[in-house]
Design a protein around this ligand. Sequence first.
Ligand code: SF4
Ligand code: MG
Length: 321
Amino acid sequence: GEPLLVASDVRKSYRAGRGTGSARVHAVDGVDLTVAAGETLGVVGESGCGKSTLARMLVGLERPDTGSVRFAGSDLATTRGGRRRELRRAVQMVFQDPLTSLNPRLPVLDLIAEPLDVHRLVRGTAARRDRVAELLHLVGLAPDMMHRFPHEFSGGQRQRIGIARALATEPRVVVCDEPVSALDVSVQAQVVNLLAELQRRLGLALVFIAHDLGVVRHVSHRVAVMYLGRIAEVGSATAVYGQPAHPYTRALLGSVPVRHPSQRGRQRVTLVGDPPSPVAPPPGCRFHTRCPIAQEICRTTEPPTVTGAGGSLAACHFPAG
Ligand code: SF4
Ligand code: MG
């Protein structure tokens, strides 16, 4: 059947500055993506590539300008009534630092219970407390921590609390927007492993957003690589890491040599400079300003999406393999 979550040609732009004359940032500029039940999809790209905007659309926190995001067939932006509440429960988000947006004067008990209250999932204070204790246990925290306040926790603990809060409604999909980027390297693996374990135990579909392919390598079934508001390459983790087709993926992976279409032999792809501004993405292939194998056609003509040797889909005129 259809995948659980389906983004179809989603676009979202917003004003770059104040005033009516200001330019528009094309944060997400035509993305198709699917998430199957019970899989982990890694989404990777540099800062400013549109990952967070995409994440917010995937959970229904932002409405696409055009295109749609559907959960089990229902459009997140337009569905109303009881079905809308079901969608809100079913698709949850974990933020980079999930506690900063929450009231610092509330104890963890109330922070985690808030979604339970909103969706009326428990009756009575004892049941509420028991459910919060259960959720804390699920993320590896002691139940008595529910009486403490956000500032009393380490970064790793705060992220566990954010995960517990996201799991409170028993979602089918959890979108994690750079859940470990703000954490010490020593703590990152613990949180990544926790998410992977929860994904398996609860049969969750997990969308794991990161700026680095290394972070999601061991937990992703599939990986999507974003560049300037588009998907450059998407495929199984085996394909994307083992036989990457897109020069950008190859550059992110660092040491993978690619064949230059106009040269004999091989050369390494290295990324030079910053990505161009999403206010005015380059014409043709938007990676052409940094691509070491760009040809004339890349500057003028948008590349088609083609299947690489490893089975991934890549938007490139000269995919590897
Ligand atoms: Fe590089 Fe051209 Fe492929 Fe774009 S289409 S990634 S510029 S080779
Ligand atoms: Mg971001």
